[in-house]
Design a binder for this molecule. Sequence first.
Ligand SMILES: Nc1ncnc2c1ncn2[C@@H]1O[C@H](COP(=O)(O)OP(=O)(O)OP(=O)(O)O)[C@@H](O)[C@H]1O
Ligand SMILES: [Mg+2]
Length: 152
Amino acid sequence: MSGILEVITRFPEETQALAERFSAQLKGNEVIALAGEMGAGKTQFVHGLARGLQVPDGSVASPSFVLIREYRGRLTIHHSDLFRLEGLPETVNVGLEEFYEDGGVTVIEWANKIPGILPEQYLEIRFEVVDPETRKLLLVPHGKRYEALRWQ
Ligand SMILES: Nc1ncnc2c1ncn2[C@@H]1O[C@H](COP(=O)(O)OP(=O)(O)OP(=O)(O)O)[C@@H](O)[C@H]1O
Ligand SMILES: [Mg+2]
């Protein structure tokens, strides 16, 4: 596949710092799917994203019981983790879609648990565990509007 950019981080702080720099490019109405196994670093990335968007410290949590969390900064972040929703009947509406174009940034962990929940265009960030402190992050644009985004 072309257009995929990868980067290696060697500590959790490096993943956070990467996300913080990355967030400077965001303009609003982005949908970002964070993919990768448990403990891969998805929520660490959201911490960095929140700092980069000037969300007050301590706001980010793993949204396991609350379905969608909201953090207010330069842009509002809607943070969701769909891990526990596997097998949900198709008729149940999670309600994430209403945030996709509200001017904020929607960040979804485990979006693959609910087929069809992602819009046609979105940015996928894939996290791969290389060793206990090393991660490979892949930036995978789905759709034209995400192709210009870069690791910075
Ligand atoms: N380079 C790295 N980048 C990110 N996290 C790292 C790195 N090295 C080690 N870690 C550790 O890996 C863990 C990542 O946890 P995190 O909650 O971000 O995972 P997650 O992908 O959100 O998992 P889950 O699917 O359970 O929500 C943390 O304990 C973090 O300290
Ligand atoms: Mg997580």
